[in-house]
Design a protein around this ligand. Sequence first.
Ligand SMILES: O=C(O)CCC(=O)C(=O)O
Ligand SMILES: [Fe+2]
Length: 285
Amino acid sequence: MMATQLDCKNIINHALYPIDESDAQARQEIIERIKHELADDGCAVIRNFFSSAGLAALLEEANQRKPEAYYSQSKECNVYLNDGDTAFAADHPRNVLLPRTNGFITADLFGPETASYRLYHWQPLKQFLAECLGKDQLYLYEDPVSNMIVNLGRPGQQFNWHFDTNEFTITMLLQPASSGAHFEYVPDLRNAQDECYGDVRKVLEGDRERVKRLDLNAGDLQFFLGRFALHQVTENTGNNDRLLLIMSFSEQPGMIGSLVRVKNLYGKVTEAHRAAQVRADGLVD
Ligand SMILES: O=C(O)CCC(=O)C(=O)O
Ligand SMILES: [Fe+2]
Protein backbone atom coordinates (compact mmCIF):
# COMPACT_ATOMS: atom_id res chain seq x y z
CA MET A 1 0.00 0.00 0.00
CA MET A 2 2.95 2.32 0.55
CA ALA A 3 3.54 2.53 -3.16
CA THR A 4 0.12 4.05 -3.83
CA GLN A 5 1.05 6.97 -1.61
CA LEU A 6 3.91 8.08 -3.84
CA ASP A 7 3.51 11.66 -4.92
CA CYS A 8 3.41 12.27 -8.65
CA LYS A 9 6.97 13.51 -8.81
CA ASN A 10 8.09 10.16 -7.45
CA ILE A 11 5.90 8.11 -9.77
CA ILE A 12 7.93 9.41 -12.71
CA ASN A 13 11.66 9.17 -13.38
CA HIS A 14 12.16 12.71 -12.14
CA ALA A 15 15.96 12.70 -12.37
CA LEU A 16 15.74 12.22 -16.14
CA TYR A 17 12.44 13.97 -16.69
CA PRO A 18 11.91 17.00 -14.42
CA ILE A 19 8.66 17.84 -16.20
CA ASP A 20 7.33 20.01 -13.39
CA GLU A 21 10.33 22.37 -13.56
CA SER A 22 9.40 24.74 -16.33
CA ASP A 23 12.87 26.16 -16.82
CA ALA A 24 14.81 22.87 -16.70
CA GLN A 25 16.92 22.40 -19.79
CA ALA A 26 16.28 18.65 -19.87
CA ARG A 27 12.55 19.35 -20.03
CA GLN A 28 12.93 21.71 -22.97
CA GLU A 29 15.14 19.25 -24.83
CA ILE A 30 12.58 16.45 -24.53
CA ILE A 31 9.79 18.73 -25.70
CA GLU A 32 11.78 19.69 -28.79
CA ARG A 33 12.62 16.07 -29.59
CA ILE A 34 9.03 14.88 -29.20
CA LYS A 35 7.66 17.71 -31.33
CA HIS A 36 10.10 16.87 -34.04
CA GLU A 37 9.34 13.13 -33.99
CA LEU A 38 5.59 13.70 -33.95
CA ALA A 39 5.79 16.00 -36.94
CA ASP A 40 7.92 13.45 -38.73
CA ASP A 41 6.24 10.21 -37.85
CA GLY A 42 3.04 10.76 -35.84
CA CYS A 43 4.61 8.78 -33.03
CA ALA A 44 7.21 9.48 -30.32
CA VAL A 45 8.50 7.73 -27.20
CA ILE A 46 9.95 8.79 -23.86
CA ARG A 47 11.86 5.77 -22.60
CA ASN A 48 11.77 4.84 -18.90
CA PHE A 49 9.33 7.55 -18.00
CA PHE A 50 8.52 6.02 -14.60
CA SER A 51 10.53 5.41 -11.48
CA SER A 52 10.67 1.73 -10.56
CA ALA A 53 8.41 2.37 -7.55
CA GLY A 54 6.00 4.32 -9.75
CA LEU A 55 5.86 1.59 -12.36
CA ALA A 56 5.32 -1.04 -9.67
CA ALA A 57 2.41 0.95 -8.19
CA LEU A 58 0.73 1.46 -11.57
CA LEU A 59 1.17 -2.18 -12.50
CA GLU A 60 -0.17 -3.40 -9.17
CA GLU A 61 -3.29 -1.25 -9.52
CA ALA A 62 -3.91 -2.55 -13.01
CA ASN A 63 -3.33 -6.17 -12.00
CA GLN A 64 -5.75 -5.84 -9.08
CA ARG A 65 -8.50 -4.69 -11.44
CA LYS A 66 -8.01 -7.29 -14.18
CA PRO A 67 -10.98 -9.40 -13.06
CA GLU A 68 -13.22 -6.40 -13.79
CA ALA A 69 -11.93 -5.81 -17.32
CA TYR A 70 -14.66 -5.50 -19.93
CA TYR A 71 -14.67 -7.57 -23.10
CA SER A 72 -17.01 -6.42 -25.87
CA GLN A 73 -19.87 -8.73 -26.80
CA SER A 74 -19.04 -8.28 -30.45
CA LYS A 75 -15.51 -9.44 -31.22
CA GLU A 76 -15.48 -8.36 -34.84
CA CYS A 77 -15.25 -4.78 -36.01
CA ASN A 78 -13.95 -2.59 -38.81
CA VAL A 79 -11.21 0.05 -38.57
CA TYR A 80 -13.85 2.55 -37.43
CA LEU A 81 -14.65 0.17 -34.58
CA ASN A 82 -18.19 -0.51 -35.71
CA ASP A 83 -19.74 -3.52 -37.39
CA GLY A 84 -20.11 -2.25 -40.95
CA ASP A 85 -22.50 -0.40 -43.22
CA THR A 86 -24.68 -2.06 -45.84
CA ALA A 87 -24.62 1.14 -47.92
CA PHE A 88 -21.07 0.14 -48.94
CA ALA A 89 -19.83 -2.85 -50.93
CA ALA A 90 -19.09 -6.02 -48.98
CA ASP A 91 -15.32 -5.67 -49.55
CA HIS A 92 -15.21 -1.93 -48.75
CA PRO A 93 -12.99 -1.08 -45.74
CA ARG A 94 -16.16 -0.11 -43.89
CA ASN A 95 -17.25 -3.73 -44.12
CA VAL A 96 -13.97 -5.52 -43.49
CA LEU A 97 -14.39 -6.93 -39.99
CA LEU A 98 -11.41 -8.03 -37.93
CA PRO A 99 -11.18 -9.61 -34.47
CA ARG A 100 -10.78 -7.29 -31.48
CA THR A 101 -10.48 -9.46 -28.44
CA ASN A 102 -8.60 -7.28 -25.92
CA GLY A 103 -10.29 -6.04 -22.77
CA PHE A 104 -10.35 -2.67 -21.02
CA ILE A 105 -10.12 -1.77 -17.36
CA THR A 106 -12.21 1.39 -17.32
CA ALA A 107 -11.58 4.76 -15.66
CA ASP A 108 -14.39 4.42 -13.14
CA LEU A 109 -12.49 1.55 -11.49
CA PHE A 110 -9.59 3.83 -10.51
CA GLY A 111 -10.46 5.93 -7.46
CA PRO A 112 -8.80 9.26 -6.60
CA GLU A 113 -6.39 7.48 -4.24
CA THR A 114 -4.76 5.49 -7.05
CA ALA A 115 -1.43 6.46 -8.57
CA SER A 116 -2.98 6.19 -12.04
CA TYR A 117 -5.75 8.66 -11.23
CA ARG A 118 -3.43 11.09 -9.47
CA LEU A 119 -0.92 11.05 -12.29
CA TYR A 120 -3.64 11.67 -14.87
CA HIS A 121 -4.86 14.66 -12.86
CA TRP A 122 -1.39 16.04 -12.18
CA GLN A 123 -1.28 19.50 -13.74
CA PRO A 124 2.47 19.44 -14.61
CA LEU A 125 1.96 16.27 -16.66
CA LYS A 126 -0.86 17.84 -18.66
CA GLN A 127 1.18 20.99 -19.21
CA PHE A 128 4.22 19.01 -20.32
CA LEU A 129 2.19 16.84 -22.71
CA ALA A 130 0.54 19.95 -24.18
CA GLU A 131 3.93 21.46 -24.94
CA CYS A 132 5.17 18.20 -26.48
CA LEU A 133 2.09 18.13 -28.70
CA GLY A 134 2.47 21.82 -29.58
CA LYS A 135 -0.93 22.69 -28.08
CA ASP A 136 -1.67 25.91 -26.19
CA GLN A 137 -3.71 24.02 -23.66
CA LEU A 138 -4.96 20.53 -23.00
CA TYR A 139 -8.03 19.56 -21.03
CA LEU A 140 -8.74 16.29 -19.31
CA TYR A 141 -11.01 14.18 -21.47
CA GLU A 142 -14.18 14.31 -19.41
CA ASP A 143 -15.41 10.85 -20.24
CA PRO A 144 -15.85 9.19 -16.84
CA VAL A 145 -15.63 5.71 -18.37
CA SER A 146 -12.75 6.06 -20.80
CA ASN A 147 -10.51 9.01 -19.96
CA MET A 148 -7.87 6.89 -18.28
CA ILE A 149 -8.02 3.17 -18.96
CA VAL A 150 -5.85 0.11 -19.10
CA ASN A 151 -5.77 -1.96 -22.26
CA LEU A 152 -5.48 -5.60 -21.26
CA GLY A 153 -4.18 -8.07 -23.83
CA ARG A 154 -4.13 -11.61 -22.51
CA PRO A 155 -2.35 -14.43 -24.37
CA GLY A 156 -4.12 -15.01 -27.67
CA GLN A 157 -5.81 -11.58 -27.68
CA GLN A 158 -5.35 -8.79 -30.20
CA PHE A 159 -6.60 -5.32 -31.07
CA ASN A 160 -7.49 -4.95 -34.75
CA TRP A 161 -6.38 -2.21 -37.13
CA HIS A 162 -8.33 0.95 -36.30
CA PHE A 163 -8.43 4.72 -35.96
CA ASP A 164 -9.04 6.50 -32.66
CA THR A 165 -11.68 9.09 -31.82
CA ASN A 166 -9.03 11.35 -30.32
CA GLU A 167 -6.48 13.18 -32.44
CA PHE A 168 -3.68 11.99 -30.17
CA THR A 169 -3.28 9.45 -27.41
CA ILE A 170 -0.78 9.04 -24.61
CA THR A 171 0.02 5.46 -23.68
CA MET A 172 2.29 4.03 -21.03
CA LEU A 173 3.35 0.41 -21.19
CA LEU A 174 3.10 -1.20 -17.76
CA GLN A 175 3.97 -4.73 -18.85
CA PRO A 176 4.87 -6.04 -22.31
CA ALA A 177 3.94 -9.50 -23.52
CA SER A 178 6.83 -11.96 -23.50
CA SER A 179 6.15 -12.39 -27.22
CA GLY A 180 3.87 -10.71 -29.77
CA ALA A 181 1.41 -7.91 -28.87
CA HIS A 182 3.41 -5.48 -31.00
CA PHE A 183 2.13 -1.98 -31.61
CA GLU A 184 2.07 -1.32 -35.36
CA TYR A 185 1.02 1.84 -37.13
CA VAL A 186 0.81 3.62 -40.46
CA PRO A 187 1.48 7.33 -39.90
CA ASP A 188 -0.94 9.81 -41.48
CA LEU A 189 -3.02 7.23 -43.27
CA ARG A 190 -6.05 9.52 -43.40
CA ASN A 191 -6.64 13.21 -42.78
CA ALA A 192 -9.53 15.38 -41.66
CA GLN A 193 -10.65 15.90 -45.27
CA ASP A 194 -10.18 12.40 -46.64
CA GLU A 195 -10.78 8.87 -45.34
CA CYS A 196 -8.22 7.55 -47.87
CA TYR A 197 -10.18 4.31 -48.25
CA GLY A 198 -7.80 3.04 -50.95
CA ASP A 199 -4.85 3.23 -48.57
CA VAL A 200 -6.85 1.64 -45.74
CA ARG A 201 -7.77 -1.20 -48.09
CA LYS A 202 -4.11 -1.83 -48.97
CA VAL A 203 -3.15 -2.28 -45.33
CA LEU A 204 -6.14 -4.55 -44.71
CA GLU A 205 -5.06 -6.63 -47.68
CA GLY A 206 -1.68 -7.17 -46.07
CA ASP A 207 0.47 -4.50 -47.71
CA ARG A 208 3.24 -3.84 -45.17
CA GLU A 209 5.04 -1.12 -47.10
CA ARG A 210 3.99 1.76 -44.87
CA VAL A 211 3.55 -0.28 -41.68
CA LYS A 212 5.88 0.56 -38.80
CA ARG A 213 6.40 -1.42 -35.62
CA LEU A 214 7.37 0.11 -32.31
CA ASP A 215 9.18 -1.90 -29.66
CA LEU A 216 8.26 -0.67 -26.24
CA ASN A 217 9.51 -1.64 -22.80
CA ALA A 218 7.74 -1.42 -19.46
CA GLY A 219 7.78 2.21 -18.31
CA ASP A 220 7.94 3.80 -21.76
CA LEU A 221 5.55 6.64 -22.55
CA GLN A 222 4.30 6.86 -26.11
CA PHE A 223 2.56 9.65 -28.00
CA PHE A 224 0.73 8.86 -31.18
CA LEU A 225 -1.63 10.62 -33.51
CA GLY A 226 -4.20 7.84 -33.63
CA ARG A 227 -7.02 9.72 -35.35
CA PHE A 228 -5.01 9.81 -38.55
CA ALA A 229 -2.61 6.88 -38.06
CA LEU A 230 -4.09 3.44 -38.62
CA HIS A 231 -2.81 1.21 -35.83
CA GLN A 232 -3.16 -2.23 -34.27
CA VAL A 233 -1.78 -4.43 -31.52
CA THR A 234 -0.86 -7.84 -32.90
CA GLU A 235 -1.80 -11.07 -31.18
CA ASN A 236 -0.22 -11.70 -27.79
CA THR A 237 1.72 -14.88 -28.48
CA GLY A 238 3.43 -14.89 -25.09
CA ASN A 239 2.38 -16.46 -21.83
CA ASN A 240 1.71 -13.29 -19.81
CA ASP A 241 -0.68 -10.33 -20.02
CA ARG A 242 0.18 -7.10 -21.79
CA LEU A 243 -0.96 -4.09 -19.75
CA LEU A 244 -0.93 -0.57 -21.11
CA LEU A 245 -2.22 2.58 -19.44
CA ILE A 246 -3.94 5.01 -21.80
CA MET A 247 -4.54 8.66 -20.97
CA SER A 248 -6.76 10.83 -23.14
CA PHE A 249 -6.80 14.63 -23.31
CA SER A 250 -8.57 17.05 -25.59
CA GLU A 251 -8.15 20.57 -26.88
CA GLN A 252 -11.66 21.58 -25.90
CA PRO A 253 -13.15 21.28 -22.45
CA GLY A 254 -16.10 18.98 -21.85
CA MET A 255 -15.37 16.34 -24.52
CA ILE A 256 -16.71 12.82 -24.01
CA GLY A 257 -17.02 9.72 -26.22
CA SER A 258 -20.10 8.85 -28.28
CA LEU A 259 -22.73 6.75 -26.57
CA VAL A 260 -22.55 3.89 -29.04
CA ARG A 261 -18.79 3.70 -29.13
CA VAL A 262 -18.36 3.88 -25.35
CA LYS A 263 -21.05 1.25 -24.81
CA ASN A 264 -19.46 -1.10 -27.35
CA LEU A 265 -15.89 -0.71 -26.20
CA TYR A 266 -16.29 -0.32 -22.46
CA GLY A 267 -19.66 -1.90 -21.69
CA LYS A 268 -21.14 1.01 -19.77
CA VAL A 269 -22.30 4.57 -20.29
CA THR A 270 -23.38 7.39 -18.01
CA GLU A 271 -25.94 10.15 -18.25
CA ALA A 272 -23.21 12.39 -19.67
CA HIS A 273 -22.97 10.16 -22.76
CA ARG A 274 -26.54 10.87 -23.70
CA ALA A 275 -25.69 14.51 -24.39
CA ALA A 276 -24.99 15.61 -27.96
CA GLN A 277 -21.49 15.03 -29.26
CA VAL A 278 -19.14 17.61 -30.67
CA ARG A 279 -16.59 16.53 -33.25
CA ALA A 280 -13.97 18.72 -34.81
CA ASP A 281 -14.18 16.88 -38.15
CA GLY A 282 -16.61 14.78 -40.20
CA LEU A 283 -14.70 11.48 -40.15
CA VAL A 284 -16.67 8.27 -39.67
CA ASP A 285 -15.43 7.79 -36.10
O1 LIG B 1 -2.54 -0.91 -26.83
C1 LIG B 1 -2.05 -0.06 -27.58
O2 LIG B 1 -0.84 0.10 -27.71
C2 LIG B 1 -2.95 0.83 -28.37
C3 LIG B 1 -4.34 0.88 -27.84
C4 LIG B 1 -5.25 1.58 -28.78
O3 LIG B 1 -4.98 1.72 -29.93
C5 LIG B 1 -6.54 2.12 -28.31
O4 LIG B 1 -6.91 1.89 -27.15
O5 LIG B 1 -7.23 2.78 -29.10
FE1 LIG C 1 -6.26 3.11 -30.84
